[in-house]
Design a protein around this ligand. Structure first.
Ligand code: SAM
Length: 220
């Protein structure tokens, strides 16, 4: 099995943040909302916490799909949040999305406890993945719906290169490198299962949902 190679937690670089905010993530991010809706059928009301929201593309798509919710996003990278403020201004659901700066796990969701917690592509950034599950438990209400999606670490560098060629061939160099580093930093489904068990979230499920993504989800 290929060893995990962590990458920097925060995406602090302006060029990287700009390229990320401009990139077209419509396919994986719509997939994120579709997979949430399949696993948690019915309306979503009230406050939603989006951990590691970046420029908020997932927060905005989620708010667009669920008109009765308000999304609080937290991220530690000012450049990502600046790009996010711009995206929120231009999006019809932007007035129901509030992105703020906070370093996890210390930062607490401003509306905690939340009935819904979502997170996309944060887990693989964390040097200690226990931080994510600790925040989920701390900031979620009893019975809260929790839905986390991330990349899965492939079993070889050759497989990493194939995935980059398949999914990021036309992306700017900075994003191709990002994607490659992220695949090396990601966890396997078995590792996420072990994290959940250690956190006491035994009732959560882990599923591989595409050639490069997994979801971990359940109710607190
Ligand atoms: C790959 S981006 C994902 C952004 C967004 N969720 C999306 O799907 O587009 C990961 C984000 O997590 C943020 N991040 C990483 N570690 C963090 C931490 N410890 N506290 C807060 N944000 C963090 C990074 O700054 C970055 O914006």
């Amino acid at each position: 099995m290929m060893e995990r190679r962590p990458e920097p937690e925060l995406m602090l670089d302006d060029a990287q943040a700009h390229a990320y905010a401009e990139a077209d993530f419509s396919e994986p991010h719509e997939h994120f909302v579709d997979l949430f809706a399949e696993r948690f059928p019915g309306p979503v009301n009230g406050l939603v916490l989006d951990l590691g929201c970046g420029p908020g593309d997932v927060s905005l798509r989620f708010a667009g799909r669920y008109p009765a919710c308000m999304v609080h996003g937290i991220d530690g990278a000012p450049a990502m949040l600046a790009a996010g403020a711009d995206l929120c201004r231009r999006h019809p659901a932007g007035f129901r999305v509030n992105l703020s700066r906070g370093l996890l796990p210390e930062a607490v969701g401003p509306g905690a406890p939340y009935e819904t917690i979502i997170s996309n592509s944060l887990l693989h950034h964390l040097h200690d993945p226990r931080a994510l599950w600790a925040v989920v438990i701390r900031d979620g209400a009893p019975g809260a719906a929790v839905f986390v999606m991330d990349l899965c670490r492939p079993d070889s560098p050759a497989r990493v290169r194939t995935l980059v060629a398949e999914h990021a061939a036309d992306a700017p160099e900075v994003l191709r490198r990002d994607f490659e580093n992220s695949l090396h930093a990601a966890f396997t489904p078995e590792e996420v299962r072990a994290q959940l068990n250690e956190a006491g979230l035994d009732g959560f499920r882990v599923e591989q949902v595409s050639d490069r993504h997994l979801v971990a989800w359940g109710r607190l």
